[in-house]
Design a protein around this ligand. Structure first.
Ligand SMILES: [Zn+2]
Length: 95
């Protein structure tokens, strides 16, 4: 039997133990087998999970923010363009 690649807990450095295994079958491509390895110290693993969750939450928030900023700057650009056009229009009609 093949030995699992050694993976160490990112927090305490203990060798992780096998927790669960599942197969991810996507519509295309081969099925991928995922293995979940956890720290033998349950309390430690809980902290690691929380840290990971926090990080992914932050990442999601960051992505949403940058999307929002992109939309806002596009809106500002459009407004500036419209203002310029209006000015041009005004200059033309006053001649
Ligand atoms: Zn640990």
């Amino acid at each position: 039997m093949q030995k699992q690649a050694e993976s160490l807990c990112i927090r305490c450095g203990l060798e992780r133990i096998f927790a669960s295994k599942w197969v991810d079958k996507s519509a295309k491509g081969p099925a991928i087998t995922h293995t979940r390895m956890v720290c033998p110290d349950k309390k430690c693993q809980k902290i690691v999970d929380e840290q990971l969750k926090e990080r992914s939450d932050r990442l999601t928030a960051f992505r949403e923010n940058s999307q929002k900023r992109k939309e806002e700057s596009a809106k500002l650009r459009l407004e500036a363009k419209n203002a310029k056009l209006a000015k041009l229009e005004q200059a033309r009609s006053s001649v």
